[in-house]
Design a protein around this ligand. Structure first.
Ligand SMILES: *Cc1c(COP(=O)(O)O)cnc(C)c1O
Length: 492
Protein backbone atom coordinates (compact mmCIF):
# COMPACT_ATOMS: atom_id res chain seq x y z
CA UNK A 1 0.00 0.00 0.00
CA UNK A 2 1.42 3.43 -0.95
CA UNK A 3 1.64 6.36 1.45
CA UNK A 4 -1.11 8.26 -0.26
CA UNK A 5 -3.75 5.56 -0.19
CA UNK A 6 -6.48 6.37 2.26
CA UNK A 7 -7.99 3.71 4.41
CA UNK A 8 -11.23 3.60 6.21
CA UNK A 9 -11.61 3.97 9.95
CA UNK A 10 -15.18 3.57 10.97
CA UNK A 11 -17.19 5.66 8.57
CA UNK A 12 -14.57 8.30 7.78
CA UNK A 13 -11.85 8.33 5.17
CA UNK A 14 -8.55 9.16 6.91
CA UNK A 15 -5.23 9.80 5.23
CA UNK A 16 -2.67 8.20 7.53
CA UNK A 17 -0.24 10.69 8.98
CA UNK A 18 3.51 10.29 9.35
CA UNK A 19 6.48 12.47 10.15
CA UNK A 20 8.09 11.57 6.84
CA UNK A 21 8.05 14.34 4.23
CA UNK A 22 5.61 14.37 1.38
CA UNK A 23 8.41 15.30 -0.95
CA UNK A 24 11.69 13.50 -0.30
CA UNK A 25 13.31 15.37 -3.20
CA UNK A 26 12.86 18.76 -1.55
CA UNK A 27 14.19 17.37 1.70
CA UNK A 28 17.22 16.02 -0.13
CA UNK A 29 17.99 19.45 -1.58
CA UNK A 30 17.58 21.17 1.79
CA UNK A 31 19.73 18.56 3.52
CA UNK A 32 22.51 19.05 0.98
CA UNK A 33 22.35 22.76 1.59
CA UNK A 34 22.67 22.20 5.35
CA UNK A 35 25.76 20.07 4.83
CA UNK A 36 27.30 22.69 2.52
CA UNK A 37 26.58 25.43 5.06
CA UNK A 38 27.94 23.30 7.89
CA UNK A 39 31.24 22.73 6.09
CA UNK A 40 31.58 26.47 5.42
CA UNK A 41 30.75 27.10 9.08
CA UNK A 42 33.50 24.88 10.42
CA UNK A 43 36.06 25.70 7.70
CA UNK A 44 35.58 29.42 8.39
CA UNK A 45 35.45 29.28 12.17
CA UNK A 46 38.77 31.10 12.64
CA UNK A 47 37.43 34.18 10.86
CA UNK A 48 34.39 34.65 13.06
CA UNK A 49 34.16 36.00 16.60
CA UNK A 50 34.42 33.13 19.06
CA UNK A 51 31.41 34.31 20.99
CA UNK A 52 29.11 37.28 20.86
CA UNK A 53 26.25 38.36 23.05
CA UNK A 54 22.80 37.59 21.68
CA UNK A 55 20.77 40.62 20.65
CA UNK A 56 17.25 41.01 22.06
CA UNK A 57 15.75 39.80 18.78
CA UNK A 58 17.45 36.43 19.31
CA UNK A 59 16.42 36.20 22.97
CA UNK A 60 12.86 37.02 21.91
CA UNK A 61 12.97 34.43 19.14
CA UNK A 62 13.65 31.71 21.72
CA UNK A 63 10.72 32.95 23.79
CA UNK A 64 8.11 32.28 21.11
CA UNK A 65 5.33 29.95 22.25
CA UNK A 66 4.68 26.32 21.41
CA UNK A 67 4.11 26.10 17.64
CA UNK A 68 0.63 24.85 16.83
CA UNK A 69 0.70 25.16 13.08
CA UNK A 70 3.29 23.75 10.70
CA UNK A 71 5.92 25.77 8.93
CA UNK A 72 8.19 24.58 6.13
CA UNK A 73 11.47 23.07 7.27
CA UNK A 74 13.49 25.42 5.07
CA UNK A 75 12.00 28.32 7.01
CA UNK A 76 12.84 26.68 10.32
CA UNK A 77 16.35 26.21 9.04
CA UNK A 78 16.60 29.82 7.87
CA UNK A 79 15.52 31.02 11.31
CA UNK A 80 18.17 28.86 12.96
CA UNK A 81 20.82 30.15 10.58
CA UNK A 82 20.03 33.60 11.92
CA UNK A 83 19.37 32.87 15.57
CA UNK A 84 21.47 29.84 16.50
CA UNK A 85 24.52 29.47 14.32
CA UNK A 86 26.09 32.93 14.98
CA UNK A 87 25.76 32.54 18.78
CA UNK A 88 27.68 29.40 19.76
CA UNK A 89 29.58 28.74 22.96
CA UNK A 90 32.62 28.92 20.74
CA UNK A 91 34.58 25.84 21.75
CA UNK A 92 35.22 24.80 18.16
CA UNK A 93 37.18 28.03 17.66
CA UNK A 94 41.02 27.90 17.73
CA UNK A 95 41.21 30.47 20.56
CA UNK A 96 38.75 28.84 22.93
CA UNK A 97 40.63 27.85 26.08
CA UNK A 98 37.97 28.29 28.78
CA UNK A 99 37.01 25.73 31.45
CA UNK A 100 37.71 22.39 29.82
CA UNK A 101 36.14 21.39 26.52
CA UNK A 102 37.02 19.65 23.32
CA UNK A 103 37.05 21.42 19.96
CA UNK A 104 34.83 18.95 18.11
CA UNK A 105 35.48 17.56 14.65
CA UNK A 106 33.38 17.33 11.52
CA UNK A 107 33.62 13.56 11.23
CA UNK A 108 32.09 13.42 14.69
CA UNK A 109 29.22 15.60 13.49
CA UNK A 110 28.63 13.22 10.59
CA UNK A 111 28.77 10.35 13.07
CA UNK A 112 26.06 11.95 15.21
CA UNK A 113 23.97 12.46 12.08
CA UNK A 114 24.34 8.87 10.90
CA UNK A 115 23.70 7.59 14.42
CA UNK A 116 20.42 9.49 14.44
CA UNK A 117 19.55 8.22 10.98
CA UNK A 118 20.04 4.60 12.05
CA UNK A 119 18.15 5.60 15.17
CA UNK A 120 19.10 2.53 17.20
CA UNK A 121 18.57 2.44 20.94
CA UNK A 122 21.76 1.41 22.71
CA UNK A 123 19.88 -0.02 25.65
CA UNK A 124 21.09 -3.22 24.06
CA UNK A 125 20.12 -6.03 21.70
CA UNK A 126 21.82 -7.88 18.89
CA UNK A 127 22.39 -5.24 16.23
CA UNK A 128 25.40 -3.51 14.73
CA UNK A 129 25.23 -0.36 16.86
CA UNK A 130 25.82 -2.35 20.07
CA UNK A 131 28.81 -3.93 18.34
CA UNK A 132 30.14 -0.43 17.58
CA UNK A 133 29.85 0.63 21.21
CA UNK A 134 31.42 -2.56 22.49
CA UNK A 135 34.23 -2.32 19.98
CA UNK A 136 34.88 1.29 20.95
CA UNK A 137 34.96 0.38 24.63
CA UNK A 138 37.49 -2.31 23.77
CA UNK A 139 39.62 0.30 22.01
CA UNK A 140 39.38 2.65 25.01
CA UNK A 141 40.52 -0.21 27.28
CA UNK A 142 43.48 -0.70 24.93
CA UNK A 143 44.35 2.98 25.14
CA UNK A 144 44.69 2.96 28.93
CA UNK A 145 46.14 -0.55 29.18
CA UNK A 146 43.08 -2.25 30.68
CA UNK A 147 42.60 -5.99 29.98
CA UNK A 148 40.07 -7.03 27.35
CA UNK A 149 38.09 -8.77 30.11
CA UNK A 150 37.34 -5.43 31.80
CA UNK A 151 33.89 -3.88 31.80
CA UNK A 152 32.83 -0.46 30.66
CA UNK A 153 30.08 1.70 29.28
CA UNK A 154 29.70 4.97 27.44
CA UNK A 155 28.04 7.77 29.38
CA UNK A 156 26.87 11.31 28.85
CA UNK A 157 30.23 12.54 30.13
CA UNK A 158 32.77 12.34 32.89
CA UNK A 159 30.35 13.24 35.68
CA UNK A 160 28.17 10.23 34.94
CA UNK A 161 31.26 8.06 34.37
CA UNK A 162 32.57 8.96 37.82
CA UNK A 163 29.15 8.39 39.38
CA UNK A 164 29.01 4.89 37.90
CA UNK A 165 32.59 4.13 38.97
CA UNK A 166 31.85 5.20 42.54
CA UNK A 167 28.60 3.23 42.56
CA UNK A 168 30.43 0.03 41.60
CA UNK A 169 33.15 0.82 44.15
CA UNK A 170 30.78 1.25 47.06
CA UNK A 171 28.62 -1.74 46.11
CA UNK A 172 31.68 -3.99 46.06
CA UNK A 173 33.00 -2.49 49.30
CA UNK A 174 29.63 -2.97 51.00
CA UNK A 175 29.87 -6.71 50.56
CA UNK A 176 26.97 -6.82 48.14
CA UNK A 177 23.92 -6.03 50.25
CA UNK A 178 23.64 -2.33 49.57
CA UNK A 179 21.25 -2.65 46.61
CA UNK A 180 18.69 -4.18 48.95
CA UNK A 181 19.31 -2.49 52.24
CA UNK A 182 20.60 0.92 51.15
CA UNK A 183 23.36 3.08 52.58
CA UNK A 184 21.78 3.47 55.99
CA UNK A 185 22.63 -0.16 56.62
CA UNK A 186 25.62 -1.24 54.55
CA UNK A 187 27.22 2.08 53.62
CA UNK A 188 26.74 4.44 56.53
CA UNK A 189 30.36 4.30 57.68
CA UNK A 190 32.06 4.29 54.27
CA UNK A 191 34.70 6.91 53.58
CA UNK A 192 36.02 8.14 50.23
CA UNK A 193 39.31 10.00 49.76
CA UNK A 194 40.37 12.55 47.18
CA UNK A 195 42.55 15.64 47.07
CA UNK A 196 41.23 19.13 47.72
CA UNK A 197 41.50 19.64 43.94
CA UNK A 198 38.85 16.98 43.22
CA UNK A 199 36.23 17.80 40.60
CA UNK A 200 32.82 18.83 41.92
CA UNK A 201 31.06 15.95 40.19
CA UNK A 202 32.31 13.63 42.94
CA UNK A 203 30.41 15.68 45.51
CA UNK A 204 27.25 15.37 43.43
CA UNK A 205 27.93 11.64 43.02
CA UNK A 206 28.29 11.02 46.74
CA UNK A 207 25.18 13.07 47.42
CA UNK A 208 23.19 11.08 44.85
CA UNK A 209 24.60 7.78 46.11
CA UNK A 210 23.38 8.69 49.58
CA UNK A 211 26.72 8.98 51.38
CA UNK A 212 26.76 12.77 51.50
CA UNK A 213 29.66 15.16 51.29
CA UNK A 214 30.87 14.37 54.79
CA UNK A 215 31.86 10.92 53.52
CA UNK A 216 34.45 12.57 51.24
CA UNK A 217 37.81 13.44 52.78
CA UNK A 218 39.40 16.22 50.77
CA UNK A 219 43.08 15.73 51.49
CA UNK A 220 45.68 18.49 51.31
CA UNK A 221 47.94 18.77 48.26
CA UNK A 222 51.67 19.27 47.86
CA UNK A 223 53.42 22.20 46.16
CA UNK A 224 52.40 20.87 42.76
CA UNK A 225 48.77 20.42 43.82
CA UNK A 226 48.94 16.62 43.97
CA UNK A 227 47.33 14.63 46.73
CA UNK A 228 49.55 14.38 49.83
CA UNK A 229 49.79 10.61 50.12
CA UNK A 230 51.15 10.78 53.66
CA UNK A 231 47.99 12.63 54.60
CA UNK A 232 46.05 9.87 52.82
CA UNK A 233 47.68 7.17 54.95
CA UNK A 234 47.06 9.17 58.12
CA UNK A 235 43.40 9.78 57.22
CA UNK A 236 42.78 6.10 56.50
CA UNK A 237 44.32 5.11 59.85
CA UNK A 238 42.37 7.77 61.72
CA UNK A 239 39.09 6.70 60.12
CA UNK A 240 39.72 3.05 60.91
CA UNK A 241 40.52 4.07 64.47
CA UNK A 242 37.17 5.86 64.63
CA UNK A 243 35.32 2.72 63.52
CA UNK A 244 34.66 3.96 59.98
CA UNK A 245 35.14 1.97 56.77
CA UNK A 246 37.69 3.42 54.32
CA UNK A 247 36.28 2.35 50.96
CA UNK A 248 37.73 4.13 47.95
CA UNK A 249 40.44 6.55 46.86
CA UNK A 250 39.62 8.89 43.99
CA UNK A 251 42.91 9.78 42.33
CA UNK A 252 42.80 12.55 39.75
CA UNK A 253 44.85 12.29 36.57
CA UNK A 254 44.67 15.91 35.47
CA UNK A 255 42.88 18.19 37.91
CA UNK A 256 40.48 20.72 36.49
CA UNK A 257 42.19 23.66 38.20
CA UNK A 258 45.77 23.11 37.06
CA UNK A 259 46.09 19.71 35.38
CA UNK A 260 47.96 18.20 38.33
CA UNK A 261 48.32 14.43 38.24
CA UNK A 262 48.13 12.60 41.55
CA UNK A 263 50.81 10.05 42.41
CA UNK A 264 49.10 7.08 40.76
CA UNK A 265 51.77 4.46 41.68
CA UNK A 266 51.81 5.64 45.31
CA UNK A 267 48.02 5.65 45.58
CA UNK A 268 47.76 2.26 43.84
CA UNK A 269 50.10 0.82 46.45
CA UNK A 270 48.18 2.29 49.36
CA UNK A 271 44.89 0.99 47.94
CA UNK A 272 46.38 -2.49 47.54
CA UNK A 273 47.77 -2.55 51.07
CA UNK A 274 44.63 -1.14 52.64
CA UNK A 275 42.07 -3.03 50.56
CA UNK A 276 40.59 0.15 49.08
CA UNK A 277 39.03 0.64 45.66
CA UNK A 278 41.36 2.60 43.35
CA UNK A 279 39.28 4.92 41.17
CA UNK A 280 40.98 7.29 38.73
CA UNK A 281 39.20 10.41 37.54
CA UNK A 282 40.97 10.63 34.19
CA UNK A 283 38.46 12.91 32.48
CA UNK A 284 41.32 15.20 31.56
CA UNK A 285 44.41 13.04 31.71
CA UNK A 286 43.62 9.34 31.21
CA UNK A 287 44.15 9.64 27.47
CA UNK A 288 47.70 10.93 28.02
CA UNK A 289 48.29 7.18 27.89
CA UNK A 290 48.17 7.38 24.06
CA UNK A 291 50.50 10.40 23.79
CA UNK A 292 54.09 9.30 23.10
CA UNK A 293 55.82 12.18 24.92
CA UNK A 294 53.50 12.28 27.93
CA UNK A 295 52.21 8.76 28.56
CA UNK A 296 54.74 8.33 31.39
CA UNK A 297 52.75 10.85 33.42
CA UNK A 298 49.89 8.38 33.87
CA UNK A 299 51.92 5.19 34.27
CA UNK A 300 50.08 2.80 36.61
CA UNK A 301 46.64 4.00 35.51
CA UNK A 302 46.16 0.48 34.18
CA UNK A 303 46.15 -0.76 37.79
CA UNK A 304 42.99 1.18 38.64
CA UNK A 305 39.81 -0.62 39.62
CA UNK A 306 37.83 1.95 37.64
CA UNK A 307 38.66 4.87 35.36
CA UNK A 308 36.45 7.73 34.20
CA UNK A 309 37.53 9.31 30.93
CA UNK A 310 36.06 11.76 28.48
CA UNK A 311 36.17 11.31 24.68
CA UNK A 312 34.48 14.71 24.36
CA UNK A 313 37.59 16.27 25.85
CA UNK A 314 40.90 14.93 24.44
CA UNK A 315 39.36 12.95 21.57
CA UNK A 316 37.40 16.06 20.53
CA UNK A 317 34.17 14.16 19.98
CA UNK A 318 31.18 16.51 19.71
CA UNK A 319 29.31 16.68 23.02
CA UNK A 320 28.46 14.52 24.67
CA UNK A 321 30.27 11.27 25.36
CA UNK A 322 32.10 9.97 28.41
CA UNK A 323 33.21 6.51 29.42
CA UNK A 324 33.78 4.51 32.57
CA UNK A 325 35.96 1.41 32.54
CA UNK A 326 35.89 -1.16 35.33
CA UNK A 327 38.50 -3.84 35.94
CA UNK A 328 35.89 -6.27 37.33
CA UNK A 329 33.22 -6.53 34.66
CA UNK A 330 31.07 -8.80 36.82
CA UNK A 331 31.04 -6.31 39.71
CA UNK A 332 30.02 -3.57 37.29
CA UNK A 333 27.21 -5.73 35.93
CA UNK A 334 26.07 -6.72 39.43
CA UNK A 335 25.70 -3.03 40.31
CA UNK A 336 23.12 -2.34 37.60
CA UNK A 337 21.63 -5.63 36.42
CA UNK A 338 17.88 -6.10 36.71
CA UNK A 339 15.60 -9.01 36.01
CA UNK A 340 12.59 -7.49 34.31
CA UNK A 341 9.81 -9.46 32.68
CA UNK A 342 9.65 -7.00 29.80
CA UNK A 343 13.40 -7.16 29.03
CA UNK A 344 14.26 -10.82 28.93
CA UNK A 345 17.20 -12.10 26.93
CA UNK A 346 16.47 -14.74 24.30
CA UNK A 347 18.59 -17.42 22.67
CA UNK A 348 18.03 -16.04 19.21
CA UNK A 349 16.75 -12.88 17.57
CA UNK A 350 17.17 -9.23 18.50
CA UNK A 351 17.15 -9.81 22.25
CA UNK A 352 20.05 -12.28 22.06
CA UNK A 353 22.63 -9.50 22.30
CA UNK A 354 23.99 -7.90 25.46
CA UNK A 355 21.68 -5.54 27.28
CA UNK A 356 23.98 -2.55 27.66
CA UNK A 357 21.53 -0.82 29.99
CA UNK A 358 22.74 -3.21 32.70
CA UNK A 359 25.98 -1.20 33.05
CA UNK A 360 24.51 2.12 34.16
CA UNK A 361 21.36 3.90 35.33
CA UNK A 362 19.92 4.66 31.87
CA UNK A 363 17.56 2.29 30.06
CA UNK A 364 17.25 3.86 26.63
CA UNK A 365 20.65 4.99 25.48
CA UNK A 366 21.82 7.04 22.50
CA UNK A 367 24.24 5.87 19.85
CA UNK A 368 27.10 8.00 21.15
CA UNK A 369 29.76 5.58 20.08
CA UNK A 370 29.62 6.20 16.34
CA UNK A 371 31.07 9.72 16.30
CA UNK A 372 34.10 8.57 18.30
CA UNK A 373 34.47 5.31 16.39
CA UNK A 374 34.43 7.01 12.98
CA UNK A 375 37.06 9.61 13.90
CA UNK A 376 39.33 6.92 15.36
CA UNK A 377 39.01 4.89 12.15
CA UNK A 378 39.68 7.95 10.02
CA UNK A 379 42.73 9.31 11.85
CA UNK A 380 44.07 6.36 13.81
CA UNK A 381 44.89 6.52 17.50
CA UNK A 382 48.47 7.71 16.94
CA UNK A 383 47.31 11.02 15.56
CA UNK A 384 45.10 11.62 18.58
CA UNK A 385 48.14 10.89 20.74
CA UNK A 386 50.23 13.41 18.81
CA UNK A 387 47.49 16.03 19.17
CA UNK A 388 47.57 15.55 22.94
CA UNK A 389 51.35 16.06 22.91
CA UNK A 390 50.82 19.15 20.76
CA UNK A 391 48.47 20.68 23.34
CA UNK A 392 50.97 19.99 26.12
CA UNK A 393 53.75 21.54 24.03
CA UNK A 394 51.57 24.59 23.39
CA UNK A 395 51.06 25.04 27.13
CA UNK A 396 54.82 24.92 27.67
CA UNK A 397 55.27 27.47 24.89
CA UNK A 398 52.72 29.79 26.48
CA UNK A 399 54.40 29.40 29.87
CA UNK A 400 57.70 30.47 28.30
CA UNK A 401 56.07 33.55 26.75
CA UNK A 402 54.60 34.46 30.13
CA UNK A 403 57.98 33.98 31.77
CA UNK A 404 59.46 36.56 29.39
CA UNK A 405 57.02 39.31 30.44
CA UNK A 406 57.61 41.26 33.63
CA UNK A 407 53.95 42.30 33.82
CA UNK A 408 52.72 38.70 33.78
CA UNK A 409 53.09 36.26 36.66
CA UNK A 410 52.71 32.49 36.58
CA UNK A 411 50.34 31.26 39.29
CA UNK A 412 50.61 27.53 38.54
CA UNK A 413 53.15 26.33 35.97
CA UNK A 414 51.60 23.78 33.63
CA UNK A 415 52.04 20.06 34.23
CA UNK A 416 50.14 19.28 31.06
CA UNK A 417 47.92 21.65 29.10
CA UNK A 418 46.52 24.08 31.69
CA UNK A 419 48.28 27.40 32.35
CA UNK A 420 47.30 29.59 35.30
CA UNK A 421 48.74 33.10 35.23
CA UNK A 422 47.74 36.69 35.71
CA UNK A 423 48.49 40.24 34.74
CA UNK A 424 50.49 41.55 37.67
CA UNK A 425 52.55 44.70 37.18
CA UNK A 426 53.57 44.67 40.85
CA UNK A 427 52.49 46.78 43.84
CA UNK A 428 48.79 45.82 43.57
CA UNK A 429 46.72 44.00 46.20
CA UNK A 430 44.81 40.74 45.63
CA UNK A 431 41.41 42.40 45.26
CA UNK A 432 42.73 44.91 42.78
CA UNK A 433 44.45 42.18 40.74
CA UNK A 434 41.29 40.11 40.70
CA UNK A 435 39.31 43.07 39.38
CA UNK A 436 41.82 43.75 36.61
CA UNK A 437 42.17 40.14 35.53
CA UNK A 438 38.43 39.51 35.58
CA UNK A 439 38.00 42.57 33.39
CA UNK A 440 40.69 41.29 30.98
CA UNK A 441 38.85 37.98 30.73
CA UNK A 442 35.47 39.62 30.13
CA UNK A 443 36.74 42.08 27.53
CA UNK A 444 38.40 39.26 25.62
CA UNK A 445 35.15 37.31 25.65
CA UNK A 446 33.08 40.29 24.59
CA UNK A 447 35.40 41.26 21.76
CA UNK A 448 35.16 37.69 20.46
CA UNK A 449 38.96 37.38 20.44
CA UNK A 450 39.55 34.54 22.89
CA UNK A 451 37.79 32.67 25.66
CA UNK A 452 39.68 32.08 28.88
CA UNK A 453 38.18 31.29 32.23
CA UNK A 454 39.47 32.03 35.71
CA UNK A 455 40.07 30.18 38.93
CA UNK A 456 41.76 30.62 42.28
CA UNK A 457 44.85 28.57 43.07
CA UNK A 458 46.25 28.58 46.60
CA UNK A 459 44.30 31.75 47.32
CA UNK A 460 45.49 33.60 44.22
CA UNK A 461 42.95 34.51 41.55
CA UNK A 462 44.22 33.93 38.03
CA UNK A 463 43.38 33.55 34.37
CA UNK A 464 43.24 29.94 33.28
CA UNK A 465 44.10 28.76 29.77
CA UNK A 466 43.19 25.13 29.09
CA UNK A 467 44.61 24.25 25.68
CA UNK A 468 42.49 21.31 24.66
CA UNK A 469 42.15 22.37 21.07
CA UNK A 470 43.47 20.80 17.90
CA UNK A 471 42.98 24.08 16.02
CA UNK A 472 45.20 26.24 18.24
CA UNK A 473 48.47 27.48 16.69
CA UNK A 474 51.49 29.06 18.34
CA UNK A 475 50.58 32.38 16.72
CA UNK A 476 47.26 32.29 18.62
CA UNK A 477 49.23 32.11 21.88
CA UNK A 478 51.52 34.96 20.78
CA UNK A 479 48.45 37.07 20.16
CA UNK A 480 46.93 36.05 23.48
CA UNK A 481 49.92 37.31 25.45
CA UNK A 482 49.92 40.57 23.50
CA UNK A 483 46.22 41.07 24.13
CA UNK A 484 46.42 40.32 27.88
CA UNK A 485 49.23 42.89 28.23
CA UNK A 486 47.40 45.48 26.15
CA UNK A 487 44.13 45.08 28.07
CA UNK A 488 45.86 44.84 31.44
CA UNK A 489 47.75 48.10 30.94
CA UNK A 490 44.67 49.77 29.57
CA UNK A 491 42.56 48.73 32.57
CA UNK A 492 45.23 49.30 35.24
C1 LIG B 1 35.37 17.54 32.95
C2 LIG B 1 35.71 16.83 34.20
C3 LIG B 1 34.76 16.07 34.87
C4 LIG B 1 33.31 16.06 34.48
O1 LIG B 1 33.15 15.56 33.19
P1 LIG B 1 31.91 16.03 32.27
O2 LIG B 1 32.21 15.36 30.99
O3 LIG B 1 31.98 17.52 32.19
O4 LIG B 1 30.67 15.56 32.93
C5 LIG B 1 35.16 15.32 35.96
N1 LIG B 1 36.43 15.37 36.40
C6 LIG B 1 37.38 16.11 35.79
C7 LIG B 1 38.76 16.10 36.32
C8 LIG B 1 37.04 16.88 34.68
O5 LIG B 1 37.95 17.64 34.09
Amino acid sequence: MGDTVSHTVGATNVTPETLDPQDWRALRALSHRMVDDAIDYVAGVRDRPIWQPMPDSVRDYFDTPLPKDPQPLDRVYRELSENLMPYPMGNIHPRFWGWYMGAGNFTGALGDFLAAVVGSNLGGGDHAATRVEQQLIGWLKDMVGFPATAGGTLTSGGSMANLIGLAVARNVQSGGQIRETGVADAGSTMVFYASDQVHGCHCKALEILGHGNLALRKLPTDGRLRMDTHALRRAIAADRGAGLQPACVIATAGTVNTGAIDDLPGIAKICREEGLWFHVDGCIGALLAIAPDNAWRVATIEQADSIALDPHKWLHAPFDVGCVLTRDREAHFETFTLDQEYLQKTERGLAAGDWLYEYGPQTSRGFRALKVWMALKEHGVEKFGRLIDQDVAHAKYLAALIGDETDLAMVAAPTINIVCFRFDPGQLGEQHLKRINTEIMLRMQESGFAILSDTTVSGRHCLRVAINNHRTRQSDLDRLVGEVLRLGRDIA
